[in-house]
Design a protein around this ligand. Structure first.
Ligand code: HEC
Length: 229
């Protein structure tokens, strides 16, 4: 008897559950239909949204690419004049830590994996005595000027395919300018290309800027440069 009652109750439960499920499923279906209908409608009314979005995203990506890849980058002349010479040399000395595993810089320093770099700026390319340069670097010819050094330090293997210098390069013009300036202070003395002359600002503004930079250089000479040594 007991068993019967319970199985009847179970059957009733199941039936009730089934009804409930059907009702719930019906509502879900209805809601889905409503949602679909609304989305079709809104798609008709707000269709303009869709083409706009990818366009905007596209602009953002283009902007980022431009920033890192060229047109937005300042010239070597501008980077060399961006801060007082003493500060730039100090920054270059710090950045030179990336080169020290392969290069010495002091006069008479030994050649290592790479040649000693004393007096390199203004000197003939691949001419340091006692170093076995690659044929590719020797073939570059000319002397190390600001622009050559800029291109070399940016990506040695792109500038001189086949070079022995296994160094990825410095992507920031500021770093390349700082290192070139530091190299120039070690046994070389190439004149720094002027940038103010090319700038749109009038001569007077440039002169005032120059004075301000000279003052800053004098101040920097006592503080950060000393701290870095
Ligand atoms: C992994 C070792 C390595 C590192 C790191 C390295 N170099 Fe070199 N460098 C070389 C070698 C090797 C050569 C010779 C390349 C050749 O003959 O093709 C060279 C050549 C050069 C030359 C040409 C010298 C001449 O006499 O013509 C310059 C300038 C130079 N390196 C600067 C740098 C600077 C600046 C850095 C740091 C930002 C640097 N290198 C980092 C290995 C290195």
């Amino acid at each position: 008897m007991n068993q019967d009652t319970s199985s009847q109750a179970e059957a009733a439960d199941q039936k009730g559950g089934g009804d409930l499920f059907n009702t719930a499923a019906g509502w879900v279906l209805f809601a889905a239909g409503l949602g679909l209908g609304l989305s079709i409608l809104s798609g008709k009314y707000f269709h303009g949204d869709k083409p706009e979005r990818p366009e905007k995203l596209g602009y953002v990506i283009e902007g980022a690419v431009e920033e890192s890849a060229g047109p937005a980058e300042m010239s070597m002349a501008e980077a060399l004049n961006k801060m007082p010479a003493a500060e730039l040399i100090a920054a270059g000395e710090k950045a030179f830590s990336k080169c020290q595993s392969c290069h010495t810089i002091d006069q008479g320093g030994a050649n290592g994996v790479g040649p000693n770099l004393y007096g390199t700026m203004g000197k003939a390319v691949a001419s340091h005595p006692g170093f076995a340069y690659s044929a590719e670097l020797k073939a570059l010819g000319g002397t190390w000027d600001w622009e050559k050094m800029n291109l070399w330090l940016k990506n040695p293997k792109a500038y001189v395919a086949g070079t022995k210098m296994s160094f990825a390069g410095l992507s920031k013009i500021e770093d390349r300018a700082a290192i070139a300036m530091y190299l120039n202070s070690k046994g070389s003395n190439l004149p720094v290309p002027s940038f103010a002359a090319d700038a749109a600002a009038g001569g007077e503004a440039a002169a005032v800027e120059g004075e301000a930079e000279a003052t800053a250089a004098a101040e920097a000479g006592t503080d950060p440069a000393a701290a870095s040594q």
